[in-house]
Design a protein around this ligand. Structure first.
Ligand code: ADP
Length: 295
């Protein structure tokens, strides 16, 4: 890939992200091509899983998210990009109310998931977080066996004992980890490599059958091979789940996501099809960021 971006250069090159390369990956995995086909050939607007309206968030006096409105289509990968501190992770956390745990944090506006306003007082937050799972930057397996890490969620949600083994095996297959761990399920999860631990955390999330998976910079602690495996996995998982990823790696956003949102100082500057955002952004600030002028 011939790119000058992200290397501190001021050169503007709208085509610096090679879509030939990204569409090669996507065609294998059903990425841009199918998203394109969905909206143009069938002239259907993709069904939204998540619909955010006029969302504002404050940490004390710090107005960290300002008037965010956007929709996330079902079975897509949506990347959030923008410089550090612009509110990407904060916004991600609003989607399963992880910010509720932060003292002095206040949210206004609505976030609907499949039509349910998740900020409604009647919403059971534990159930919400089962529907909207999260994978963090640093793999965080529990200090227990590989098997028990995955069985943990189903057990606390009351799944019958006889079903647990099948769920564990399915989750490991679906996180592309089964072949690597099938003979060592009772070994400590912490004995796995960093990349395997991250796939284990994905398996743990899958085991409770979420609808949406939030990834907060899931590859930033991983080497390129492990990163490739996680990216490949995400493009497969989007057939079953809706995926949102915060990433600092713009090439990653270009490679794997169908849609991209660019944030700056708590505002959503621009969002839409990834190809459009990277090749022909509407806003000068988006262009400045993706061409490496700042951030
Ligand atoms: P990004 O993910 O884009 O790097 P963040 O969402 O982490 O941005 O941060 C957005 C703003 O919110 C920053 O000003 C940051 O200092 C503030 N912030 C983030 N997390 C917290 C927190 N737990 N408590 C107080 N302020 C926070």
């Amino acid at each position: 890939m011939n790119t000058t971006l992200g290397m501190g250069t001021n050169t503007i090159n709208k085509h610096a992200y090679s879509f030939a390369e990204s569409s090669k990956t996507s065609m294998l995995a059903g990425g841009f091509k199918s998203a394109e086909a969905y909206s143009t050939e069938q002239a259907v607007i993709p069904k939204s899983t998540i619909d955010v309206r006029d969302l504002n968030l404050w940490y004390g006096d710090n107005h960290a998210l300002r008037d965010i409105s956007m929709s996330v289509p079902k079975n897509s990968i949506y990347s959030f990009i923008g410089p550090s501190g612009c509110g990407k992770s904060t916004f991600l956390r609003t989607l399963n109310r992880m910010n509720d745990m932060i003292p002095d944090c206040r949210t206004e506006g609505s976030v609907q998931i499949e039509g349910l306003n998740i900020y409604d007082k009647s919403v059971d937050v534990t159930n919400l977080r089962k529907r909207v799972g999260m994978v963090f930057q640093k793999p965080n397996p529990f200090p227990m066996s590989i098997y028990d890490n995955i069985a943990y969620g189903p057990r606390i949600h009351g799944v019958a004992k006889k079903e647990i083994s099948g769920i564990v095996e399915d989750a490991l297959h679906n996180s592309a980890l089964w072949d690597e761990v099938k003979d060592r399920l009772r070994e400590p999860a912490l004995s796995l490599s960093g990349g395997q631990q991250q796939r284990l955390c994905i398996a743990r999330t899958l085991a409770v059958k979420p609808e949406v998976i939030l990834f907060d910079e899931p590859c930033s602690a991983l080497d390129p091979i492990s990163t490739g495996k996680i990216e490949e996995l995400m493009t497969e998982l989007k057939n079953e789940y809706t995926i949102i990823i915060v990433t600092h790696n713009m090439q990653q956003a270009a490679r794997i996501s169908d849609y991209t949102a660019f944030f700056l100082t708590g505002q959503l500057v621009e969002s839409g099809k990834t190809e459009k955002i990277f090749e022909n952004p509407r806003d000068k600030r988006t262009e400045g960021y993706i061409t490496g002028r700042f951030g």
